[in-house]
Write a protein that binds this ligand. Structure first.
Ligand code: SAM
Length: 290
C-alpha cells in the first residue's frame, strides 16, 4: 500500500455554496488521502462538525489545515443535544462525521438523521470510504447481492443464532469483526458452512492491508497460527449447492393434517413441494397413527 498523503496544504477545492442542512460526510478508514475534494470543501465551510470523538476528527482536520467548531455527538447523546444540532442545521451547514468511514454504517447518526428529516431539514450525504464496500470490492466473492450484517454478537450462543438466521440468505454476507474474535467466528462459520468461500479483509488502505480467502476452517487455522491485528471485515460467500435446504415434509404434513385427512393432506403437500403423493400419503398415515 502507498503511504499516507503528507500534504497539509489543501488542493484546489471545488466551489461549494454553503447551503444550510445536515451533511453526512465520509472520512478515511486509514489512509488520510481517502477523502474527496468535495468532502474537504464541505468540512472547510461547515458552521459546526458533529463527531464521535473530537480528538480523532481534530487530527483529520489538522492534517488538512481546516479549522472548525466541533461538537461531540453519538447515539447516546441526549435528545436536546441533537435538537440543538438540528436547529443549527436549519440556518447553516452542519456536518456529521464518525471516527472513520461512512457515518451510520455501524456508527452513530441514525437518530440525528431521522430527526433532522422529520424536522424538514435538508439532509445530504457526501460519499467516501466504507470498509464494508472496500472489502466487497476486493474479496472476489459474488458482489451482485450482498447483505451487510454489522458486528456478530460476542457471545457464542448469540453468534451461532445470528449465523443460523442468515443461513438461507442468497447473498454474500459482510460482517465487521474484531481481531480477538475473528478465530471464534471463523470456527463457528466452518461448523455451519464448511464449503463456503470466506474472505478476511484486514487493515484496508493501511500499510499492512491484506485480503485472505479460503474456507473458514483454513482461515481459522491460519489465524490461530498468526493472530491477527487491526481492523477486519469478514465476508462469507452465498450458500453452495450442497447447502440446498432440506424440506421438513413431516412439519408440512402435520400442518396439513391439522386441517384435513391423510389423503387431502398428502395432496396439498404434493402440490406445494412436487414430492410423490403416494409417498406423502404413506407418511401421513404413519403420522396420523403416532
Ligand atoms: N463507519 C465505518 C465504515 O464506513 O466502514 C465502520 C465503523 S465500525 C465502528 C468499525 C469497524 O469497521 C471495524 O471494527 C472493522 O470491522 C471495520 N473497519 C473499519 N476500518 C477498517 C479498515 N481499515 N480495514 C478493515 N476493516 C475496517
Amino acid at each position: 500500500m502507498a503511504g499516507l498523503v503528507r500534504s497539509e496544504a489543501l488542493p484546489s477545492l471545488p466551489a461549494w455554496e454553503p447551503v444550510p442542512g445536515l451533511y453526512i460526510l465520509a472520512t478515511p478508514i486509514g489512509n488520510l488521502g481517502d477523502i474527496t475534494l468535495r468532502a474537504l470543501a464541505v468540512l472547510q465551510g461547515a458552521a459546526l462538525i458533529a463527531c464521535e470523538d473530537t480528538r480523532v476528527t481534530g487530527k483529520l482536520l489538522k492534517h488538512y489545515g481546516i479549522k472548525a467548531r466541533l461538537q461531540r455527538l453519538d447515539d447516546h447523546a441526549p435528545p436536546e443535544v441533537r435538537a440543538r444540532v438540528i436547529d443549527e442545521a436549519r440556518q447553516a451547514p452542519v456536518v456529521l462525521v464518525s471516527d472513520a468511514g461512512t457515518p451510520l454504517v455501524s456508527d452513530p447518526g441514525y437518530r440525528l438523521v431521522r430527526e433532522a428529516r422529520a424536522a424538514g431539514v435538508m439532509v445530504t450525504s457526501i460519499p467516501g470510504a466504507c470498509a464494508a464496500v472496500s472489502a466487497l470490492a476486493m474479496a472476489g466473492l459474488p458482489s451482485d447481492r450482498f447483505l451487510f450484517a454489522g458486528f456478530l454478537p460476542a457471545k457464542d450462543k448469540a453468534r451461532q443464532q445470528s449465523l443460523e438466521e442468515l443461513a438461507g440468505v442468497a447473498a454474500t454476507l459482510v460482517f465487521y469483526e474484531t481481531a480477538p474474535r475473528l478465530e471464534k467466528s471463523l470456527v463457528a462459520i466452518a461448523a455451519l458452512w464448511p464449503d463456503r468461500e470466506v474472505a478476511v479483509a484486514r487493515e484496508l488502505t493501511k500499510l499492512h492491508e491484506e485480503c485472505r480467502t479460503g474456507t473458514a476452517a483454513a482461515l481459522a487455522e491460519h489465524y490461530a497460527a498468526h493472530p491477527p491485528k487491526g481492523e477486519i471485515v469478514l465476508l462469507v460467500g452465498p450458500p453452495t449447492e450442497s447447502e440446498a435446504p432440506v424440506l421438513d415434509t413431516d412439519a408440512l404434513l402435520k400442518a396439513a393434517l391439522a386441517e384435513a385427512g391423510p389423503g387431502k393432506a398428502a395432496g396439498v403437500v404434493a402440490k406445494a413441494t412436487g414430492i410423490d403423493r403416494a409417498t406423502l400419503y404413506a407418511r401421513a398415515l404413519e403420522l396420523k397413527g403416532e
